[in-house]
Design a protein. Structure first.
Lengths: 287, 287, 287, 287
């Protein structure tokens, strides 16, 4: 028994999302991009640096995460930064480097688009368009991204309810794009002393009941601490995540952004080994 | 990268807790109660009804959780209820029933004490004294409970930071009682539509770095939904929990409180089987 | 229009509080203690130090707040502190000093009781028993405090909903004590960089619709900053508060606790002058 | 004293915002638009419907708020809605109607731009560009809006810290646009049962110390309830607000969005009368 036991039970008369509703596809939807399938038998791991910083940094990291078993390379070209005086990303140059890394490693590319005016450009390079946490409610951006036909990785707003998140997915689905991946990345709570955000793993089984869309977890933003990432990656898989999004940097100490939450390529290799051993006991392969 | 990237890095000059500090016992502390050890090789499972409602309900549930592998029986005698018009617990009669269940099953007993005037009474019956979420900052109560010499299960205040929680543990330790178990049970956030609380599994690896005390997770309050309990129990073990506290009721639909978050004895049996299979791949036995 | 526009409208079928319900006394209840009436034509100001520290400190502050127009003297004898190593209050000695200050100045005394075992003692000295924010849900303590027949100043739990707060008041009312003052003192939110808490002034007009009990505002804890106290005291009166609870110290820089949020006796004098001029334009006298 | 008394004092080594810093203009900045000046001797009232719904609705409301003393007309043309199935605004047609209302009444126009692709269009009509709560961190949008040279009403993200808000203002200032108005509109907290948001009036005096920019308060979104708007408007002025943004509808019951928080033209008239009487006692005229 606890504090909210007598709170009003506010049963929803009906789910306000339609196309995102689990009832549309009770056994779940798979989203296939190239030779990678989300929502199926495999937990798909996406990894790479927070931001693309240089050719060396990106290629070195890409090769390492590929070797360790990642299937998708992440890397930011356009970076939403709280301060206008912080590094804002390399933009188009970063996109070119991502394409080069794809050509060399065969990894798919996921990268963020943060403004409607960049959608066309980013979509020419990315295999998966990421909508960041700050933009989950930028509805016109969602619609434009949807219009490209590319799969969308929709991060949860750090201040958004699950209901609001699913309605943002609904905007994409309603614009004719059915390939949506939901990514839990931590929410903002009253306690941010030890971790940057509170990773909400409750959201994983909740989403499995509410929607048919695959669910990804980002333990890097979800904790903000490299030392906690492996443990929470493991917990995310145990909670039923269909994929992981992990920040990996070939030299975290020199990272231009988010170095504190980026794990090294070595740590990533160890984590992948551990997840591969654990996966079968949770009914999933990890790749 | 994300919303709080530029937030002030507020490095603590030193940890404000002393006896609770990990540095006191870098390899962690074990807490032994009877033949049960917390913080060692085994994940200890505590289970039972939210509240003791009747002799039949308690004994039936106790036998079932014992058979499934639980080592400690939970059950509330004094219940903190948000409304004065809700069931407040059977009080002393419940304590007698708990003692009877212990005598029959050999399970240890954990039960909540919610007021200083009841400490002596509850300590005569309980093997472990529970301090509930609402009372985590009731410092005089903590001291009196500490004074009994009984081990204390200290639940996190649903609105308390990890720092505040560890300082509450420090009150107990500073009063000469070293047997403290910390129990994460979900925190209050802006989203309470789908789950009653947000289970903060980040807290588990954080605590493993900050303190030497064993860490328990309560997925029942942490979710408020019986259907999510098994998944989050699994995630808690993957996150490194030393124990679980789970509400189990022989007939959840008829429970006088928290029926929605109580799993049936059958579901508990299945969960225990699953955890026993999973444990070794996380380096722990489950019992 | 804004973020939560489509959130479920969760109309309460009925108010869960009965005796606290506005319908019980549609024009509002007044609470009279000695020659002071809360909830009537006057905004009642309670002022004094966070903690009683010494005879000089208390008497000097008491004389000054009396001269400036306060009617009730606040001062903590038993202090709930997050750390066991911080000053915990002078206990019984503080109560004696409060009684002496009352005898000299004619001010009524409000002081906190934080444990059931102290209720009888504190009630022998206090004119108004304060239940602190951390103990708003300590239901046995509420009942024992109610049983003394003394008026109760019930502070809002810093992460308690208005509903939970009113149900805590209901515990007191249901135990036969009708003299309850509700005190808003700031809630815990995601932003605590500039202020210690977020003073929730929305709560004042909400309470005026939900309940008949007088509403007090504590801008000292509500902001945690002496420099913001006068502005927010003014805003609280504009929002309809029936009283203010303000920390005043004869030498804030030397205060043993909460010095940062204590205003000086001079600042208090200025504030009272300002409030007396403003009051009539809000339909209230200030005293 | 209270719950966070021992929390780490995390003194900022320096303010991360530069152009927004109070030190840049210690006596405060005024922002002048047409014949209206924000941040000066007058509290400026902006009022109008949530969304432009029809010619009649807009003109009727505009005339009424003009007559009552408002100086700026608000009205949404592009509406960010949580659900894709809700009314999304009349778009360009609404902008034409706003221009017509301006021509007739002489009121200035403030309206929201929610996507970079609409900036040029909206800027052709608006006197003040509003950036909504959901888009406070849409940095490219902020820059594009800044580039139009129009004054910007920057609403606080409903879960953004004051620091983040000021850094968003910094984006605008750093792009050469110095006419920024900050608008507090309520934040998201754990309690949303009685009010849609928690209006954070602490933010008003905090901003007055941190920045030189004028501060506006929106009690309509800040409460979500028409019946609370007048009281909180009064409290906002008492807290030092330089302006108010209030939703007024000629027929709230028929509003296509946010009807529950829109006050009638009659209620607005009464409120303006009250504020005009109150203003001088707070050192401000109201207009």
């Amino acid at each position: 028994m606890g504090p909210t036991v007598d709170a009003p039970s506010c049963a929803l008369p009906s789910r306000p999302y339609r196309l995102a509703d689990r009832a549309v596809s009770p056994s779940g939807t798979t989203v296939t991009v190239g030779d990678v399938t989300f929502g199926g038998s495999h937990v798909v791991v996406m990894a790479g640096p927070c931001a693309v910083e240089s050719r060396d940094q990106l290629l070195q990291t890409a090769r390492a995460v590929r070797a360790a078993g990642a299937r998708v390379l992440r890397g930011g070209a356009f970076k939403p930064r709280t301060s206008p005086y912080d590094f804002q990303g390399l933009g188009r140059d970063a996109l070119e480097l991502l394409a080069e890394a794809r050509a060399e490693t065969g990894l798919l590319i996921v990268t963020e688009v943060m403004d409607s005016l960049d959608v066309e450009l980013v979509a020419r390079y990315a295999d998966i368009l990421q909508i960041g946490s700050r933009n989950m409610s930028a509805y016109r951006l969602l619609e434009r991204a949807a219009g490209t036909g590319k799969p969308i990785l929709l991060k949860r707003g750090f201040q958004s309810t699950i209901r609001e998140w699913l309605l943002s997915a609904e905007y994409i689905l309603a614009h004719g794009n059915s390939r949506v991946l939901l990514c839990e990345r931590g929410i903002r709570t009253f306690d941010a002393e030890f971790t940057r955000n509170t990773l909400d793993l409750n959201a994983v089984p909740v989403l499995k009941q509410e929607t048919h869309l695959p669910v990804i977890v980002d333990p890097s933003h979800g904790t903000g601490r490299a030392d906690l990432v492996p443990t929470m990656a493991r917990a995310a898989v145990a909670a039923g995540a269909d994929g992981l999004l992990i920040e990996v940097h070939c030299d975290p100490a020199s990272a231009l952004c988010d170095g504190k939450q980026s794990i090294s390529t070595e740590a990533f290799g160890s984590l992948m080994g551990e997840l591969r051993r654990l996966g079968p006991f949770l009914g999933r392969a990890v790749a």
